[in-house]
Unconditional design. Structure first.
Length: 264
């Protein structure tokens, strides 16, 4: 357990918890650095196949940048806080080549950088009391950790602009209707619901899941479906086709048993 976060491992699942409930899990650079270490471990450990990120308590997933810390630092030193540039806000928003699946369990407010952390994940599970916003323009900032780019790609553009240009708060239900929330959960049950989604992913071959995510995400940069279909083979798919799991899956199906995935 770190000073600002904790990471727990259950089999092939890692649960990363932002642990600053006294400030609604807002992050300063030290917390982002600590979280980056957890995501490094998830990325590099072959035995970890799925990650869930959530916030401590039931009021906040992450309220974004710790503006009090930001203001105090400027007053004391004249310097502005800088979050890690390699891995981004919360240690995740600048990672673009991690094809292991990630799930955000949003239990309360996800504002600014907190919403950007959630948008960085593949699946967002939101409790009924969750609130989302990119309110940076209201305090003279901008959503510089990928929020402007990701939201405009994940929901219809006019809907995204309605959020981006006003900084307005969006409920969990509206987020579900707009399409950036994958699933809703009762208040206090976001993490448990996220674990159910993780369990379904863990039933699948980890190499199949990674290949699927890689192709889906990298294909978004290709202008037409025809071009995407003709694109050179992706590394993840090549690795899958040469793996033990590629043989084990069909064999287990034929033998009417659960597959024994190796991830190799």
């Amino acid at each position: 357990m770190g000073e600002y976060s904790k990471a727990e491992v259950d089999g092939n699942l890692m649960v990363i918890t932002i642990n600053r409930p006294d400030v609604y899990n807002a992050l300063h650079p030290m917390a982002s650095e600590e979280l980056s270490g957890h995501f490094d471990e998830f990325t590099n450990n072959p035995d970890l196949w799925v990650a869930i990120v959530t916030g401590a308590g039931d009021k906040a997933f992450c309220a974004g940048n710790d503006l009090k810390y930001h203001s105090d630092l400027v007053k004391q030193t004249g310097k502005r806080p800088i979050h890690p540039t390699v891995t981004g806000f919360g240690g995740i928003t600048a990672r673009s080549d991690v094809y292991k699946p990630t799930i955000a369990a949003v239990n309360g407010v996800a504002m600014g950088g907190g919403f950007e952390i959630a948008l960085s994940c593949d699946i967002i599970v939101a409790s009924q009391n969750a609130k989302f916003a990119l309110p940076e323009p209201r305090v003279g900032l901008a959503a510089g950790a990928g929020g402007m780019q990701r939201l405009a790609r994940q929901i219809p553009l006019k809907k995204a602009m309605g959020m981006l240009l006003t900084g307005r708060h969006v409920s969990a239900q509206e987020g579900f209707d707009l399409g950036f929330v994958t699933a809703l959960a009762d208040e206090g049950e976001a993490l448990e619901e996220a674990k159910k989604w993780a369990a379904q992913i863990l039933e699948c071959s980890p190499l199949s899941v990674r290949a699927t995510k890689e192709v889906a995400m990298r294909s978004l940069d290709i202008s037409s479906l025809e071009s995407a279909l003709k694109n050179p083979r992706y590394p993840g798919y090549v690795s899958l086709a040469a793996s033990e799991d590629y043989v084990e899956g069909p064999r287990a199906f034929a033998e009417k048993r659960k597959p024994n995935w190796k991830g190799t």
